[in-house]
Design a protein around this ligand. Structure first.
Ligand code: HEC
Ligand code: HEC
Ligand code: HEC
Length: 146
């Protein structure tokens, strides 16, 4: 029985050693940095809670008709999309782009971009704008025209 504590501490040492090694070896996702000085909330808060902000924002918009800019999906695109060498916006969920990097790493799948635009709003010629767009100043842009 007297050997037990020794065995236990060995196990602990090994376990911590392994954990340290694993941490050093594991590549962490490094999404491209957003534009500007800071995000809509502190970075560590965003890292942890962005999905909650987005769904909270959606619930407020859909169920209570409240539209604020702060946690709007459209706002995210303004700061988190990059352009290719031709100056065209890359979709925010394209491989290696902001929303993809961590999600790919963590195996997260989401359907949001089946409906929501993946690039920021850009000025379009009047002829290319739908009547819905012209008729209301909607604060987001959907990919599909209802
Ligand atoms: C089937 C299509 C569809 C899917 C999938 C979808 N949405 Fe939406 N979403 C909408 C529509 C339509 C609105 C517009 C509601 C309004 O403004 O009246 C909306 C509004 C929103 C809004 C509020 C407006 C804005 O741009 O901030 C947020 C935030 C949002 N959705 C987030 C999400 C997130 C996050 C997901 C994925 C988890 C998602 N949506 C998936 C159709 C969709
Ligand atoms: C005004 C520009 C701006 C807007 C709008 C914005 N972000 Fe950010 N975001 C940033 C910047 C800049 C950083 C990096 C800050 C840092 O490194 O300290 C960041 C960091 C993040 C991070 C953490 C990334 C990491 O490296 O860990 C997440 C997640 C994030 N943003 C999601 C969002 C979402 C979701 C939205 C929309 C609700 C949004 N951001 C809107 C500028 C913005
Ligand atoms: C710093 C890494 C990181 C970045 C950058 C990031 N995400 Fe996430 N996201 C995660 C992680 C990790 C989860 C899973 C969290 C969980 O399951 O608790 C997640 C989950 C989500 C979910 C919930 C999915 C579901 O249905 O479970 C949504 C919605 C989401 N992210 C939206 C976005 C959008 C939009 C962007 C780009 C503007 C983005 N995220 C960028 C790390 C990130």
């Amino acid at each position: 029985m007297r050997a037990a504590p020794a065995v236990l501490s060995w196990t602990l040492i090994c376990a911590t050693g392994w954990m340290a090694l694993a941490a050093a070896d594991t590549p962490m996702p490094t999404p491209p940095r957003g534009k500007g000085e800071q995000c809509v909330e502190a970075t560590d808060v965003m890292r942890r809670d962005h999905m909650r902000f987005l769904t909270h924002q959606r619930d407020e918009t859909m169920h209570r008709g409240i539209r604020t800019q702060k946690h709007s999906l459209v706002e995210c695109l303004e700061c988190h999309t990059r352009k290719d060498t031709q100056g065209q916006f890359l979709p925010v969920n394209a491989e290696g782009e902001f929303c993809d990097v961590c999600h790919d790493y963590s195996g997260v799948t989401m359907d949001c971009f089946e409906c929501h635009a993946t690039t920021p709003r850009q000025p379009k010629p009047a002829s290319a704008r739908s009547s819905a767009e012209l008729g209301s100043d909607i604060s987001f842009r959907l990919r599909i025209t209802p």
